[in-house]
Design a protein around this ligand. Sequence first.
Ligand SMILES: *[C@@H]1O[C@H](CO)[C@@H](O)[C@H](O)[C@H]1NC(C)=O
Ligand SMILES: *[C@@H]1O[C@H](CO)[C@@H](O)[C@H](O)[C@H]1NC(C)=O
Ligand SMILES: *[C@@H]1O[C@H](CO)[C@@H](O)[C@H](O)[C@H]1NC(C)=O
Ligand SMILES: *[C@@H]1O[C@H](CO)[C@@H](O)[C@H](O)[C@H]1NC(C)=O
Ligand SMILES: *[C@@H]1O[C@H](CO)[C@@H](O)[C@H](O)[C@H]1NC(C)=O
Ligand SMILES: *[C@@H]1O[C@H](CO)[C@@H](O)[C@H](O)[C@H]1NC(C)=O
Length: 491
Amino acid sequence: MGHSVDSAGLLVVLWLMISSWAYVGSSEGYISYEISDKGLDFVKDLLIEKAETSLVPLELPNIEKTVKIPVIGTVSMEVSNVTLYRVHVTSSTVKTGDTGILVDVAGATANLTMHWGYSYSTWLLPISISDQGEAEVQIEGMEIGLLLDLKNQQGSLKLSLVDCGCYVKDLSIDLAGGASWLYQGLVDAFEDKIASAVEDAVLKKLIGAIQELDSFLQSLPKEVTVNNISALNVTIVGDPKLSNSSLELEINGLFSLKDEAAVSKLQRENVEVPFSCNGPARMVGISVHENVLESASAVYFEANKMHWIVDNIPDQNLMNTAEWRFIIPQLYKQYPNDDLNLNISVHSNPILKIGEKQIDATIPLKVIIDVLDDGQVVPVACISVVISAAAYPEVSRNALAVSVKLNEFTMSQDWSKIGNLHMYLVQPVISTLLRTVVLPYINLKLSKGFPIPIFHGFELQNTELLCTDSRIIIGSDVAFIETAQPHTVFV
Ligand SMILES: *[C@@H]1O[C@H](CO)[C@@H](O)[C@H](O)[C@H]1NC(C)=O
Ligand SMILES: *[C@@H]1O[C@H](CO)[C@@H](O)[C@H](O)[C@H]1NC(C)=O
Ligand SMILES: *[C@@H]1O[C@H](CO)[C@@H](O)[C@H](O)[C@H]1NC(C)=O
Ligand SMILES: *[C@@H]1O[C@H](CO)[C@@H](O)[C@H](O)[C@H]1NC(C)=O
Ligand SMILES: *[C@@H]1O[C@H](CO)[C@@H](O)[C@H](O)[C@H]1NC(C)=O
Ligand SMILES: *[C@@H]1O[C@H](CO)[C@@H](O)[C@H](O)[C@H]1NC(C)=O
């Protein structure tokens, strides 16, 4: 792959990779992720690419060895400044199963440089003899295996290394400098020691990297800020679940008012809908329960963000009492030729139900007619409107956006200071208002969508979307869009 991955990015991937268990009888995970084999491979490739660059340069300890050679006597030899400068993985696999996540690097090559030297004295010659030079070491067929385990530790992911091994199969040393041709044979005595030094160093480095990854995972926030009103609870719920073809993970996934506990009114029913994304295999399946959408709308409702004053509409004539002469005669009589405002508010939490093909939304509105009389805002009547709408979800960048279409609405008079309103007369006006003002406004607000919590720096691509009973299922591939900045993890 041509892109570079920094460490946060990498960790993210691992998180994604690790993240896919669910439905182990847990009841509070409203967003779940299922990482398929394809997704795991993607993560594995990124991790390996990262490992190739972060493993090197790796300094190995000096190695000394004395060799007794007939006639010559004892020769002491040393290799120093042993540096692993290149590792290249040629074949690897990742498998999940009951025991954990197994990453198996079946083939890797590596290159080292080192400095060699020897010295000896012999009774044949009165002086001590020494020589030195450089050497290139080539490693073919290095094998590395890692068995990882992933658990939920107080709402964070705990990654641990269950087992690991590194084995250098074949190694060749080419000496250069000095009388190297003469000592080539002697140096071969170092092969085993160099091989085990490489094995030890690589393992140590990998263990360190896994610990780093684990601290990163544990440092991930359990709540992320969505905007200045709301936050999303990304606490891990239940233990990740591994099967032989995927990894599943659940997060709480509910929105709450920033700095306050999750929306209290929300029913905490048990959610146990198995999810399966049919069709072409995607890297990740994300399942979003309708409670997530409901919590989001509840937060906005509770934050009182769902009201607005309309004083400008396509048919501006309607914003003057003159136009209402025949619709509400009293209005014109009491306030001839005054301008109007409409104070529209969502007056209780919208109800969202995910159906077979769309989201059914019921939105209760109050429409207050305000007259602008001598600079005074005078509310004169209030109409209750209940909109029934269908919302069609789509994934746009990393957000779940919905577009809302009005199905029907019902209306009734709430109160009036301008006599009884004739609903059949008011209805066409309200209908126009809903279609030309309210719905476009709601759609504009919703077009940004709900963020789908995935890691910063990644983008969902090639997505397909499916509504099932009470859940939206997103099947998607994942790609890097930019280098992730450390610490900005989500959204
Ligand atoms: C160690 O080897 C590297 C190249 O592999 C070289 O740049 C460096 O100068 C060497 N250091 C010593 C102390 O010989
Ligand atoms: C590194 O080692 C591989 C085989 O182990 C060899 O094919 C390659 O040429 C070496 N690269 C360098 C720069 O020596
Ligand atoms: C929240 O952000 C919006 C713009 O995105 C701004 O209009 C509003 O004043 C902000 N509210 C607070 C409390 O900061
Ligand atoms: C995965 O496990 C299921 C049963 O849980 C089994 O039927 C299937 O053959 C297994 N697949 C592989 C590739 O091992
Ligand atoms: C976040 O979700 C976890 C798990 O469901 C829950 O225990 C915790 O109370 C939630 N946090 C807030 C602030 O609601
Ligand atoms: C709009 O109506 C609500 C009651 O539904 C009221 O609380 C609010 O003050 C009104 N806003 C304006 C600007 O009149």
